[in-house]
Design a protein around this ligand. Structure first.
Ligand code: C5P
Length: 306
């Protein structure tokens, strides 16, 4: 049996953003969550979290959106350190620095990514010897999207999104992400989904049967044909300008466009890197978004880099 050793110095973990290539949403459950069929794909926008021994638990953040990141115990990175420490009887005396590149409250699981990264970094720093299954359990306690941030690649999330089945991917998909001004609250978007669904029969959520094959083949046209987000109407209802952003990207040659998760970031699947650059330039010129970034997928999950 191998015994985990604490790390000698600071530990840095890199963690990807995600896009939901399908987000099928069921009816609200008694616990307030919604059953989902949530197909996650990790994309090459990354945060990095560095854990350093300290007198007490503190969080700092750098990057263009740093001012919008809470630095108290509501930050999922801080909660990850607390939960891991509580489970192993370790006082979470750690400083967590988040180098943030994933949009904040953008529907790309940026907060969840920081939770998964902090968990892995503290685990390495303290040498807890936690199994992968135990880490995934803590991730699920932190939030519905956190387990996927640890795992990366592509996966189907069921339950409230936290029960993961890995999916095969082939080749590289090329994306453009258009960031909007300000964020959208995930609970508010789910509430709007419920409001729009009132009086309607909501089917049990299921993944599109063509999705796994499109991902496995690396076939962008096939993936474009099945991209779907049941939260899109709710996000656009709360932020009608998103419809203009979606139109601008489609007009510039994107194969398909959708709101990423609960938004307000919008995602555009393109045929290749050249087309992605063209779509990003057109989105920037359209004035319908704050900024546009190209990225590829799949990306690996949270990984210790130093
Ligand atoms: O799990 P997480 O903390 O990320 O969820 C944030 C909020 O999003 C929940 O409190 C809930 O309002 C909503 N949500 C939901 N159904 C899910 C996941 C999230 O209603 N499957």
């Amino acid at each position: 049996m191998s015994v985990a050793q604490p790390a000698a110095g600071p530990v840095t973990v890199r963690v990807p953003a995600k896009v939901n290539v399908q987000l099928a949403v069921g009816a609200a459950r008694p616990d307030g969550f919604h059953d989902l069929a949530n197909v996650f794909l990790a994309v090459s926008l990354y945060d990095q979290v560095t854990a350093t021994p300290a007198e007490e638990l503190t969080v700092t953040c750098s990057g263009p959106d740093a001012a919008q990141v809470p630095l108290d115990r509501t930050n999922l990175a801080a909660r990850a350190a607390e939960l891991l420490g509580a489970r192993y009887g370790i006082e979470p005396r750690v400083h967590l620095h988040i180098a943030k590149d994933i949009p904040v409250a953008g529907g790309m699981a940026g907060g969840s990514a920081d939770g998964a990264a902090a968990l892995l970094a503290c685990d390495a720093l303290w040498g807890t010897g936690a199994s992968r299954a135990e880490l995934l359990e803590i991730c699920a306690e932190l939030g519905s999207d956190v387990p996927f941030s640890l795992v990366g690649g592509a996966a189907l999330g069921t339950g409230r999104g936290e029960v993961l089945t890995p999916l095969e991917t082939g080749g590289t998909f090329h994306w453009v992400f258009a960031m909007a001004d300000g964020g959208l609250s995930t609970p508010a978007v789910f509430r709007e989904f419920d409001r729009l669904a009132e009086g309607r029969e909501i089917p049990v959520p299921a993944a599109h049967p063509g999705l796994p094959a499109a991902l496995a083949a690396g076939d962008a046209d096939a993936l474009a044909a099945v991209l779907a987000n049941d939260l899109q109407a709710a996000a656009v209802s709360l932020r009608p300008q998103l419809a203009d952003t979606l139109d601008a990207g489609l007009g510039a040659g994107a194969l398909a466009a959708l709101v990423s998760g609960s938004g307000p970031t919008t995602a555009f699947l393109t045929a290749d890197a050249e087309s992605a650059d063209k779509v990003a330039a057109a989105l920037l010129a359209s004035g319908t978004c704050r900024t546009a970034r190209t990225a590829t997928s799949p990306s690996p999950g949270a990984t210790v880099v130093s």
